[in-house]
Design a protein around this ligand. Sequence first.
Ligand SMILES: [Zn+2]
Length: 358
Amino acid sequence: MSAAAAFMVAAPAQAQEAERLTDTLLLKNYRPVSIFNVPVTRVDRAKYPVIDMHTHDYVDTPAEVDSVVAVMDACGVEQAHIMQCNWISDPYDVVKERYAAYPDRFKLWFCLDYTDFDSPDWTERAIAQVEKYHEMGAVGIGEMVDKGLGDVYALPVEGRGIRLNDPKLTPVLKRCGELGLLVNIHIAEPIWMYEEIDCHNDGLMNGAVWQVDTSAEGCLDYDGLMDMFEEALSACPDTKIVACHMLNMSHDYPRLSAIMDRHPNLYLDISARFVESSVTPRATRDFIVRYQDRILYGTDNTPDRDMYRFTFRIMESADEHIYDEGYSYHWAISGWDLPDSVLRKLYRTNALKLLSGK
Ligand SMILES: [Zn+2]
């Protein structure tokens, strides 16, 4: 018997099967189950009342709106802000009518109409549009999305090349600031979606699905997008701009902190980046505590009980090594364990301040 074989505990058949599995199991099929006997916190209802500053219109009928309200009631969500996306949303009026039974529970945002963007009077017409929506009670412009090719919701001009720092947009954004309207924009994507999809990619399973192709002419890469965004922030310092998904920069808090410090008009929402930012729970906690007055709670995902409860658990608990079928990728995550005073701000009071124009 060889020395190595003397230490083997598995029967030869089992050892063979284990070897076969490690050679053939695909990463996409790996479903580890935590074996750790560590606290598992169940948060049915958020610790404090919640304003969800980033959701979408996921329903069609009044009965479905009622069921969303039931979810919100069960989870402690007092208000949800519905982002519009020009060509995938119903028109603003239709959405407004859909939620009309609950004017205090749902607030609407709007998208700009870029029709005839090249004509000399576009800016003037867009400002008129902003004023009209303001009168109709809209909260702000959102969600704009630029992953490299300009605002992707910028149809009907094919969503190409219109950027937040475009001089034609600057007066429109400034007018928003004067009226107390907010702007919500999705810039870039998590960094691994711009990197090589290979065995070194830290977010491979996520990056492979959402990889961003920047090879098209005129497409900005990650850094180019951030530079563009900072120019837009500088151009309208009195307009409050919310970068959703933590500006897709939760992998690099020193860099994100520097951008926050350069632009006091920049706010973040944490929607749809709970999993991305929970691989480094201590760094995330430190960052959120530092910028606790400029970070907003949001979800972005279909509003059901499990989705809300998952986000509350991440924010409120110190649970470790969490695998969650619905919301995780191929990594385990941990809770942020936010202090109560910070939770209160993220859940509600920061939103109230922004909504009241402060
Ligand atoms: Zn969104």
